[in-house]
Design a protein. Sequence first.
Lengths: 301, 271
Amino acid sequence: MIGAAAASIPRRRWPRVSPGVLFALPALFLVMAFAVYPLVYNLYVSLTDASAFRQITSFVGVHNYRQLVSNPVFWKITGQTALWALLTVSLQMVGGLVAALLFARPGLGRGFFVGVTLSSWATSYVVVAILGRWMFDSRLGVVNDLLLRSGAVGDPVNWFSSQGTAFFALVVMNAWKYFPFVMLMYLAALQGIPVELYESAQIDGASFLRRFTDVTLPMLAPVTAAAAFLTTIWAFNAFTIIWVMTAGGPLRSTETLPIAIYRLSFSAFNYGSAAAASVVLFAMVLILAVAYFRYGNRADV
Amino acid sequence: MGATLLLVGRIVFLIVTMFPFIWMILTSFKRLDEFFTFPIRWLPSEWRWSNYANIFAEPLFLRSAMNSLLIASTVALFAVVVAVLAAYGIDRFRFRGNAALLFTIFGFQFFPIVVFLIPYFIVLTRLGLSDSLGGLWLAYLPMAIPLAVWMLRSFIRQVSRSLEEAALIDGCTHLGALLRITLPAMRPQLIAAYVLVFVSVWDEYIIASVLTTSPVNRLLPVHLTFYMREMTTDWGSLMAASVVMTLPLIIPFIFLARFFQTGFSAGSVKG
């Protein structure tokens, strides 16, 4: 008995810190140092009437949030943010899937094609936005030139003068930048589908189309969820492409939440309201991020 | 037959998706008056390097390019070093709070940067680093590290543990095993992660534009927007500068494509 008790005494009295934690410590410290203060700061400022035009800042409780929620412009911009995310994510997913299916089979210069396709991903956001402005220019743009030559339109389209066409230009350029990322995820997933599944489907007499809808698509479901969550989060956060291409115009019709927050901080200098809007955007993204880790990370990228 | 069709499909797809890129290069060789002719001409009447000569004669362009190169290369190096340790710690050890740790480090890259601008400005001002390259350098770390951890974790997971375990039995420390066994087995992957982080910093616009004000501290993306003014846009310089900013990155991307892909496939079996 005594011997057994002695053996069960743990060799260390203090809970041992796993070397894993020690390895992660520098990264954790640096990220936390830069994350915690801004988050707490934003939360605090959102409860005050801080502004560049006010000497003394006072605590106003949830006043900023109440104003935000009762402001129809806030809801309009939130709606636009969701619409922008929906459109650009859809296009990225379709583009990425088509590319992955085209490049999945080895041979025929596959490596070259995949590599070159990545170049739009390597292109800077500012450059993508500038290219968008140049290509969709109403007079000198190549998009109008193509449309006019092919007879698709009779008169040049003024892309940046209405919400629908301006969103179209933004969505296309943003999807152009990010579809290679979706393609990479799909390519990885396609290679993970066991060949036996196709073979047995073929033995069962499944047509090419049936094999695609009954084998390929279901096997791609987890990676589709992961890619959709990630690109939705990025779309909610997107700033540069919209700022440089349309600056939210015409008449704030392509403005999304990050642009609105930027304007509140750096044009209106209304820090309290900007911080409140930041907290709301932050909460939305946090919900998406938690959902990604819970449901989207099955594919584990 | 099927192979030919597939090849044609690949070529057509590539031409369509590369079109903006081709257009940028074509435009960069045009002369000023060719930008404004209507209907537009697709090819430059003569291939001229004058737009490139103009930007390279501009001290501010060179300065911002050097700033960007300096910041992106050093931030990426530091981030990869810190992230290798973190990725190794998170992947190779099971401990309580493992998932929470991962979420905290990963989570940061999901946060909208616009939320952090004013707090960053305040912190950097207090540190005496406002409007400086050093301040920018610090501000990019929390963005670069999570990205590097994300990529490197899936790379480290692909490296077999058996050699590491043998080294540990022989009395090697964990750090020694990482440095002598694991890292040498993943050199191309380290380069892939470095390039990815480099690009994300090289790419960044909003932090650079808000946290610096003096022209000498500008980064390249901010400098580009200065070619666009209220009434006129200097399309020639813009397109030439865009090509210069993008082309050098595409070459490593093409060569590293294979590794980016395995970076995203590593966890098809969740561990």
